[in-house]
Design a protein around this ligand. Sequence first.
Ligand code: ZN
Length: 394
Amino acid sequence: MTASGIERGLSTGLLTVSQIGASNRVGLLHSLVRLGPASRSDLARLAKVPRGSIAPIVTGLIEDGFLVELEPANGPSKMGKPSRPLWFGPRVGHSCSLRVEATGVDCARVDQRGQVHDLRRADFPSDASAAVIESAVLSLAETVAGRSPEPLTGLGLAWPAVWDPVDWTVLSCTPIPALVGSGLARRLGQACGLDLFLEDDARALAIGQRWFGEARDLDNFSAVQISTGIGAGLMVDGKLFSVEGRSPEVGHMVVDLDGAPCRCGRSGCWETLAALGWLRQEARRLGLPQWETALPGDIVAWSSPAADQLLDSYARNIAIGLVNLANTVGLHRFLLHGEVVSGGEPLLRLLRRHIGAQTTWSETKPTVEFSELNQTAALLGAAVIPLVHTIERA
Ligand SMILES: [Zn+2]
């Protein structure tokens, strides 16, 4: 048996007592991720830790600072001692989190309970050079990391990029083409002196929502970004769907065979009909004011017959992509992020109407919501990855 074979044997069927203890600790912390603040008995059940073992494991994790006991959810009770929920403690730590988009970068420190601290932003023009963008990102990250009163466990970066898995060079970045070939990620880790963890921005939305956001209790949902581009993080049975580390490029599913050219090289992609660029070009064609900077919320506010028609078409175009996603992936809950959210209730009503019209009687009708966290979810998602790394070393 090779060394790796021995290791595989030990890690599957021949665990030592200390290894069982370690796997129970990690399993219990992972279960807390799924449950949120939870009692010992609920945790033991989900983590499949023997009831007799839970007390010493929890005591050890509290002593090591990985867990804390919160106040009882229902306050003091006269009917015996109420259980105190367990939640992540200070040892899980704070991380520095970055989100890069086409016109700026957000950076914050995020604690082990998903609270965002010291949120800062640096804007840059949409046609900025790589040097300008890199300088803005590095400077902001160094500022936030340098001001942290807590030791940081790592640096998480959410961005709309595809990168080389070995040297982290940007291979493609459709919303920010200037970043192609950039070594920003390498320089970022070195500049801050922290372990760096990279994530696609749409996937980070799904992670952030699942851990700390509006999808805490959902194992199956899709976090969709509808902005200058379109992307999605697909959460299936509590895990991000990906193949060899890559998620599907949902913005580039073709919805119109005779449609306009897309920047990917095909024609009629969903992105060409439902992203901000389409909305603004249509606003221009219809003679609406300030079309260059128009957001869905502006179209709602203008409330003219032409604006109303445009809003309806925008909702219809978004709906066709969501219904296609529901029919191909099987996810029926959509949490939308990006500029689309500015359309508020009027746009949401139209979206639901078009989704209903495009769903047949025998299909599960997809549900759609606008995220209240919106882009903060990506910051939370980027922060989760260093946090998980810490938990796995617990
Ligand atoms: Zn395309």
